[in-house]
Design a binder for this molecule. Structure first.
Ligand code: MG
Length: 239
């Protein structure tokens, strides 16, 4: 019997928003709004911090060849996204996420810092401070490859829903740490099918990335996965 308090609206998380089908830039506000319009269970995006401590949404460590962690916000936003949008701040993204949003979780990935553990902790602190200030009406799922960032976030917000990405912790280790989901690459679950069974026993949420092949997607759904993170949310929602 599953014991998962987390009840997503469906099984589909749009990876970097629903960007692909409509040619939106990844991680743009347009891609977030499209994931919400589609009714995805979640819309994922990546958070980084500029040299002057602005939280911005971007997957790569660079934006227009500028290293985000070593560049000031004013310089970063000189370069627009391909649809003419400004590089979004986390504040703008979280505000946009509440428009017409009935049941889409914001899946907030905090990217590791290349500048050391102290700065990594500061990024988490700034994310937490902003969420506490804005008190968004939807659910936020926090994800990270950096285990210490996950732990620090839980220290600041013990009730936060955190899922770990890096694929190197067992379900029991996650449970022990208060991490509520394992959001691993599909190859990890192929290597450790026993983790699927154990996660279900422990009530750990099962999320897999990035699954774009529809047959593979069905396979994970048949195994009882809670969430599939995909670049093909439109197709996934038909399942
Ligand atoms: Mg991501």
């Amino acid at each position: 019997m599953r014991n998962v308090a987390y009840k997503p609206a469906n099984h589909i998380v749009a990876h970097r928003g629903a960007f692909k089908k409509n040619g939106f830039p990844e991680n743009s506000i347009a891609s977030l709004k499209e994931a919400i319009r589609l009714g995805c269970a979640g819309s994922e995006f990546d958070v980084r911090m500029s040299a002057d401590d602005s939280l911005v949404i971007n997957h790569d460590p660079t934006h227009n060849k500028l290293e985000i962690e070593k560049t000031g916000y004013a310089e970063l936003i000189q370069h627009l996204l391909s649809n003419g949008e400004k590089l979004p701040t986390l504040r703008e993204y979280l505000v946009a996420g509440s428009e017409n949003n009935k049941h889409t979780d914001l899946v907030l990935e905090i990217k590791p810092s290349g500048l050391g553990s102290e700065r990594a902790q500061k990024i988490v602190d700034r994310v937490v401070d902003l969420v506490k200030e804005l008190k968004p009406p939807y659910r936020i799922v926090y994800i990270s490859f950096d285990y210490n960032m996950c732990l620090h976030l839980l220290k600041r917000m013990p009730k936060a829903h955190v899922q770990y990405l890096n694929g190197d912790k067992t379900p029991d280790q996650l449970k022990e740490a208060g991490i509520r989901g394992m959001d691993y690459n599909f190859s990890v679950f192929k290597k450790h099918p026993e983790w699927i069974t154990r996660a279900k026993e422990l009530g750990i949420v099962l999320n897999v990335w990035t699954v774009n092949d529809l047959t593979m997607m069905q396979g994970f759904l048949d195994q009882g996965f809670d969430l599939i993170t995909t670049n093909e949310p439109e197709e996934g929602l038909k399942k």
